[in-house]
Design a protein around this ligand. Sequence first.
Ligand SMILES: O=P(O)(O)OC[C@H]1O[C@H](OP(=O)(O)OP(=O)(O)O)[C@H](O)[C@@H]1O
Ligand SMILES: NC(=O)CC[C@H](N)C(=O)O
Ligand SMILES: [Mg+2]
Length: 505
Amino acid sequence: MCGIIGIVSHSPVNQLLYDGLLVLQHRGQDAAGIVTAEGNVFHMHKANGLVRDVFRTRDMRNLLGNSGIGHVRYPTAGNAASTAEAQPFYVNSPYGIVLAHNGNLTNTDQLKEDLFRLDLRHVNTSSDSEVLLNVLAHELVEVGSTQQLSVDRIFKAVSGVHRRCRGAYAVVAMIAGHGLLAFRDPYGIRPLIIGSRQSADGVEYMLASESVAIDSLDFKVLRDVAPGEAIYIDETGKMHSHQCADNPQYFPCIFEYVYLARPDSVIDGVSVYETRLRMGEQLAEKIRQQWAHLHIDVVIPIPDTSRPSALQLANALGLSYREGFIKNRYIGRTFIMPGQAMRKKSVRQKLNAIGMEFKDKNVLLVDDSIVRGTTSREIVQMARDAGARQVFFASAAPPVRFPNVYGIDMPTRQELLATGRTDEQIAREIGADALVYQDIDALIEAVREINPALVHFDTSCFNGNYVTGDITPEYLDIIESMRCGSDIKVKSSSLQLDLNLARGT
Ligand SMILES: O=P(O)(O)OC[C@H]1O[C@H](OP(=O)(O)OP(=O)(O)O)[C@H](O)[C@@H]1O
Ligand SMILES: NC(=O)CC[C@H](N)C(=O)O
Ligand SMILES: [Mg+2]
């Protein structure tokens, strides 16, 4: 889950893009980049680091032009440390194209081989996003690069991308001398939303991963981009849209509501904050039924993401809600940091207990999810060190037992705390006296109650159902075997070969 943004304006967009990326920083802390278009010329600056560190005044000055795209990266493929994999990516033919991608392709290696062998294109990094860009570039050639690039042709090229690419992709791209293109994969796994505003010179458009970026830049939300749909804003500033997939279906990632997105965003018509409140209510109901024998003195959230769920859970149970952990506001999100050593160290740096809230109390700690257990293990111990009598733990999401292949870095079953363990074993692992998880149906209900039009979700990390239909046990085995420890560093080019071997082809 990276953050992407695209703006077509009537005045310079560099500051708007920067401000938008700052608002999307929670979606990626590893690298940031902006490309602006000034006539036929692209200006690009990208590097590893947080938005505030990547862009100096001199970089901003060079980002000239009235349209542009931006990206904050949370690596899920390729090499986390490589500056060359910071986005947006650029390819010079046809026309000159830049692209920023949120998600993860699941047939990267097959595509890479086809690009090399059949399309005569070279991909220089191990990033799936560079592959995606080259597929788009090739499809744009296929629809007739020697002729005028009409809107129809651009949409045909996106249909070609949908036919070839598997996995999750929300994309913003710019075609030099033409306009800004955005599209969402046929299942709408990762979010994408469009907004507009009226300026003295005409309408201006903005696309972003989350509505919070649109709100905070003073645009008005128009609507979510539909699964499979493409939006094109041409060089005159006119917006076009078209459904480019044969069989689009809504399967948004439910983990966006659990953890990834900011609570003040609305994704696919659902307020993230409201779902988190409802998750708390649903969990309270389960606790009421299952834990009548336990005495809880106080409910304490594990900041930040679990706050709304913990608050509502406490309300529903008639218990007091107290802030027992204080978060160092200068430390980022730990789950999306690359490398277990860094994540572990950061939990202690990030959270500190307030003794009086724990001393001689039975505390119920609430987190939005338990993934590797890095946070919960540390936090339970911190609660005990602070003098808690009993420590109970509640997760507003079900156990995470399966790898995510659509843009969240949960690649191996071994590193997921809940894989192969019962709730009792997990409670022992994190050192809690009791543990309760949300049920998957209750989680789905928490989102669907707000927008009943959403019927299906990508819930693969909870139940192993992979909607794209191409994720076999062999695929997961190979992904796992390619990961060195838990750090992201994929020996990408061997995937297809290994898959073929696994299938005996
Ligand atoms: O079981 P784990 O592998 O530790 O992952 C789960 C934890 O990581 C996330 O917190 P994070 O610190 O990333 O962000 P937050 O401040 O938004 O809660 C999430 O909210 C959980 O607390
Ligand atoms: N989390 C994401 O969306 C990652 C995008 C892309 N797969 C990368 O690793 O750069
Ligand atoms: Mg957290």
